[in-house]
Design a protein around this ligand. Structure first.
Ligand code: NAD
Length: 309
């Protein structure tokens, strides 16, 4: 099958590309390499994947690539993912996450794609939810432009289904972690803490460390994408572990699996704006309608990251 993966040089996208190649798909990656790395695709390019170093905001070029590739399924992961950048530059965030998503949908539609699997966010959309675990039907109250932009992207996906009959689904991820996440990055605290552990540096915890997240391992997220591509399910679907772990508990888990490396006591810094206090996703819909459930627990997931460092 012909597939397009936007954002395929990134953390989640490159793991998805590997899985698609493994099952025999022909994969075209569209990625402007702004945060993604060509090295994430080393194996994939050798295995026949093609990288188009294109910006998803370039609607004309996108259409040209899609009409040449004629993808059956489009996995849309390219995005501006930094919540703080979205707070500082909301319009720039929206050019990628809203206008870029429209350009991808338009290219998919005109090239006759069967299905678009869109990457969205759970924590970023539900904001400070009173109901935990939070189901898809819960009120949307983003705390940052990032979530607002992702909501608009989801809205355009549903619109393209109604208006043009293009089959779309939006997967709302929890906090994804796993191999290839940048240990020196700004986002992705699991990878950052793994980096602290192996480099013997002292971790920084923003706020009191009691804020919780629903951490989900990247191979589980990849499996959710593959399953979602094979259904006609539409609208939003939460993809998380369905459990809540605090940042301090994450540090404890890392100490447990840390191969004898010493993890220093954290230093605390002021809480950052736009970040939610608690996050836990209700994954009933994914279980019932995709047959999906997370399989990798936090400690096993941490071991997988450390094995690759
Ligand atoms: N990592 C998480 O915890 C998480 C949680 C919820 C949702 N998501 C969503 O999952 C998707 C993938 O995230 P990730 O964690 O792999 O991030 P990532 O930054 O590693 O991947 C995003 C990729 O998109 C590319 N990109 C950015 N702007 C682009 C543009 N204008 N044109 C073309 N390519 C562009 C980047 O170079 C990068 O390779 C995103 O849509 C993100 O919003 C991630």
């Amino acid at each position: 099958m012909e597939t397009v993966v936007t954002g395929g040089a990134g953390f989640i996208g490159s793991n998805l590309v590997d899985a698609l190649l493994e099952r025999g798909d022909r994969v075209a990656v569209i990625d402007n390499l702004s945060s993604g790395k060509r090295s994430n695709l080393d194996q994939a390019l050798q295995a026949g994947a093609v990288l188009h170093a294109t910006d998803i905001r370039d609607a004309d070029e996108l259409k040209e690539i899609f009409s040449a590739v004629r993808p059956e399924v489009v996995f849309h992961l390219a995005a501006q993912i930094d919540v703080r950048v979205s707070v500082e530059q909301p319009a720039a965030d929206a050019t990628v996450n809203v206008l870029g998503t429209i350009a991808v949908l338009e290219a998919a539609r005109t090239a006759g794609a069967r299905r678009v699997v869109n990457s969205s966010t759970g924590g970023g959309l539900y904001g400070e939810a009173d109901l935990l675990p939070t189901p898809e039907g819960y009120e949307i109250k983003p705390l940052a432009p990032y979530g607002q932009g992702k909501l608009a992207g989801e809205g355009y996906c549903s619109l393209y289904t109604r208006l043009h009959g293009l089959s779309t689904v939006s997967l709302r991820y929890g906090n994804v972690y796993g191999p290839r996440q940048d240990i020196h990055g700004e986002a992705g605290v699991v990878a950052i803490f793994c980096g602290h552990l192996i480099e013997g540096r002292r971790p920084t915890v923003f706020g009191d460390g009691r804020q919780t997240r629903d951490w989900v391992e990247v191979s589980d997220v990849v499996r959710a994408n593959l399953l979602a591509a094979d259904t006609t399910l539409s609208g939003p679907v939460n993809i998380g572990n369905g459990s809540e772990t605090s940042v301090l508990e994450l540090l404890d888990a890392l100490r447990d699996v840390g191969r004898g490396d010493h993890l220093a006591e954290p230093q605390f810094a002021p809480e950052r704006p736009g970040e939610v206090r608690r996050s836990r996703l209700d994954v009933t819909r994914a279980r019932r309608e995709l047959g999906w459930e997370a399989q990798i627990g936090l400690r096993d997931g941490l071991r997988r990251i450390l094995a690759g460092l």
